[in-house]
Design a protein around this ligand. Structure first.
Ligand code: ADP
Ligand code: MG
Length: 265
């Protein structure tokens, strides 16, 4: 018998993540000014926009790494419960935060692997310590995910012995080993040389084809166009334009998006 702390039983059509009218400030600086975003199950959402537009903040608000001052965050239909208001608003229920955070695994630009642990230990760490899973079972799964991202042979080496692309693939295996409901990527290829970028993109594309729910912050318009069901263009903390990639990239409606695309593509 295995405990399944990450298992819930959502109705089919309930989005994995739903954000409604989200406002977020750092002190006096309002960086999200009423954002709505929905990630239906099995969909890939890309978040694009200039540096400083609030993409990372929005992603970090989704899995409650950041507080927000106003608006709702729903995970599989379950609204985050808050206490306090304004800059004093925080999630009220620690168990709920843990459940949401472990179900929305984040992959960061800088990989953030533990330098003092082998690659296998990195991948096993959270399922063992946070989810309290059985070690033998976790090891089997961890090795499976390392194989899936193409670095099964790197299980016993230190992160520093891997290339950036291999480290990022290890970070993706680590996120997968939590068996989350969705993966959140924050500029997963930005720290990589172009030739290493492709090996990570290949993994992300394979995950999209598997029907995983993902939100991807990216500066890579080709990646966004290739993998997304829906693209959100953020400008100064507001959604300026959104839609299917064909429309957004092929027929942008706003001057701002046209300007952004001509500067980046
Ligand atoms: P993006 O990911 O689109 O580049 P961010 O979400 O990182 O944008 O940042 C949005 C705005 O919030 C920027 O003006 C940034 O300087 C500011 N910001 C981000 N993190 C913090 C923080 N921890 N404290 C204060 N300001 C922050
Ligand atoms: Mg960012």
């Amino acid at each position: 018998m295995t405990a399944e702390p990450n298992a819930t039983n959502p109705a089919r059509d309930v989005p994995v993540i739903e954000i409604r009218d989200l406002h977020k400030s750092y002190g006096q600086l309002e960086v999200l000014k009423g954002v709505d975003m929905t990630a239906p199950k099995g969909h890939v959402i890309s978040l694009i926009g200039s540096s400083g537009s609030g993409k990372s903040t929005l992603l970090r608000c989704c899995n409650l790494l950041e507080d927000s001052q106003q608006g709702d965050i729903l995970f599989e239909g379950e609204a985050v419960r808050w206490r306090g208001t304004g800059l004093n608003r925080h999630p009220a229920d620690k168990a709920q935060v843990l459940r949401i955070r472990t179900n929305l695994s984040m992959v960061f630009q800088q990989f953030n692997l533990w330098a003092h642990m082998s690659i296998l230990q990195n991948v096993m760490e959270a399922p063992l310590t946070v989810l309290k899973r059985d070690p033998a079972e976790v090891e089997e799964k961890a090795r499976g995910y390392l194989a899936k991202v193409g670095i099964a042979d790197k299980a016993d080496v230190w992160p520093a012995q891997l290339s950036g692309g291999q480290q990022q693939r290890a970070a993706i295996a680590r996120a997968l080993c939590m068996e989350p409901r969705a993966l959140l990527f924050d500029e997963p290829t930005s720290a990589l040389d172009p030739e290493l970028e492709q090996e990570v993109i290949k993994v992300i594309k394979a995950l999209a084809e598997e029907g995983r729910t993902m939100i991807i912050v990216t500066h890579d318009m080709k990646l966004a166009a290739d993998v997304s069901d829906h693209v959100v263009f953020l400008h100064k903390g507001k959604i300026e334009e959104e839609g299917p990639p064909d429309t957004l990239f092929g027929n942008p409606q706003t001057e701002r998006l046209r300007g952004f695309l001509s500067a980046t593509m």
